[in-house]
Design a protein around this ligand. Structure first.
Ligand code: NAD
Length: 287
């Protein structure tokens, strides 16, 4: 096992959506054999197309040579059943953000993945401690929270559950560096660090829209020009997905029990209407 792959040669990624295909992409580029698994064959086909397109973009920008891009794509296998985890030494789960679904996936992975394999979740907010408790190997369960778009964003928030071992944490920190990322270690509390701080800001921006304090354009411009944020909070919310933002706020509200995290009623209304942001063509902006 070479250091360039962080001591782990074979990886599996569960979910081929916007995060899963990005995670498979960075593993493959840094030399890992990757199996990308999704219940939907369509999602796998779309995920693979996205990876091919993003690799091509990296070649055009001069960030990767064409041969390396071809080799990376050839390292990615796809499958629709979880038992394809095979001999993976690390599994990164990036399926839909639903607690019951993640619990079931980790119960299955615990049965199917090799003994000693690390089971990581890319969850934005669900408790790593609770996910780990569904397995017989909680010391090997950890959060690996990549940012969107994964091939571009530098950060991996590495989340230690209550039972996560020092050895697992050290391995995942090293692996994240081998993927070309900068890992930051945090502890398991609702929303971890990234979303504990980001989501209340997005929620407050939505209250400002609801109360007529400003238009979405005005609010985003204030935050961009005034705070030097590269994009405004409402543009970012549309990019993340308003359903995902609502799910994370519910976790903060339930988990911390403080009314300051209550999701803005206008956010609930948009999600109920199917206005989910970029992915549905309409959120605070039209696409
Ligand atoms: P997505 O909807 O784009 O993709 C989710 C994929 O999971 C879908 O392709 C779906 O078919 C698949 N799936 C559902 N059930 C499955 C199962 N049982 N087995 C295998 N695959 C299954 O969602 P996403 O935005 O990629 O988010 C995935 C995870 O990443 C979530 O936990 C989310 O909170 C987290 N996350 C998202 C972002 C973001 O900006 N979107 C950022 C960081 C983390």
């Amino acid at each position: 096992m070479s250091d360039t792959v962080g001591g782990m040669q074979r990886a599996a990624v569960i979910g081929a959506g916007q995060m899963g295909n990005g995670i498979a992409h960075v593993f493959a580029v840094s030399g890992h054999e990757v199996t990308m698994i999704d219940v939907s064959a369509d999602a796998l086909a779309r995920g693979r197309d996205t990876i091919a397109r993003n690799l091509e973009r990296q070649v055009k920008k001069g960030a990767l040579d064409a041969e390396a891009a071809g080799a990376a794509l050839a390292r990615i296998q796809t499958a629709t059943a979880l038992d394809a985890v095979g001999t993976a030494q690390i599994v990164v789960e990036a399926a839909t953000e639903r607690t019951d679904l993640k619990f079931r996936i980790f119960e299955d992975l615990d049965r199917l993945a090799p003994e000693g394999a690390i089971l990581a979740s890319n969850t934005s907010s669900i408790s790593i401690t609770e996910i780990a408790a569904r397995t017989t190997r909680p010391e090997l369960v950890i959060g690996m929270h990549f940012m969107n778009p994964v091939p571009v964003m530098q950060l991996v928030e590495v989340i230690r559950g209550l039972a996560t071992s020092d050895a697992t944490t050290a391995q995942v920190m090293a692996l994240s560096r081998a993927l070309g990322k900068t890992p930051v270690e945090v502890n398991d509390f609702p929303g971890f660090v990234a979303n504990r701080i980001l989501m209340p800001m997005i929620n407050e921006a939505i209250y400002c829209v609801m109360e007529g304090v400003g238009t979405p354009e005005a609010i985003d411009t204030v935050m961009k020009l005034g705070m030097n944020h590269p994009m405004g909070p409402l543009t970012l919310a549309d990019f993340i997905g308003l359903d995902t933002c609502l799910a994370i706020l519910e976790v903060l509200h339930d988990g911390l029990g403080d009314p300051k995290y209550r999701p803005c009623p206008l956010l609930r209304k948009y999600v109920a209407a199917g206005w989910l942001g970029r992915k549905s063509g309409r959120g605070f902006y039209q696409y």
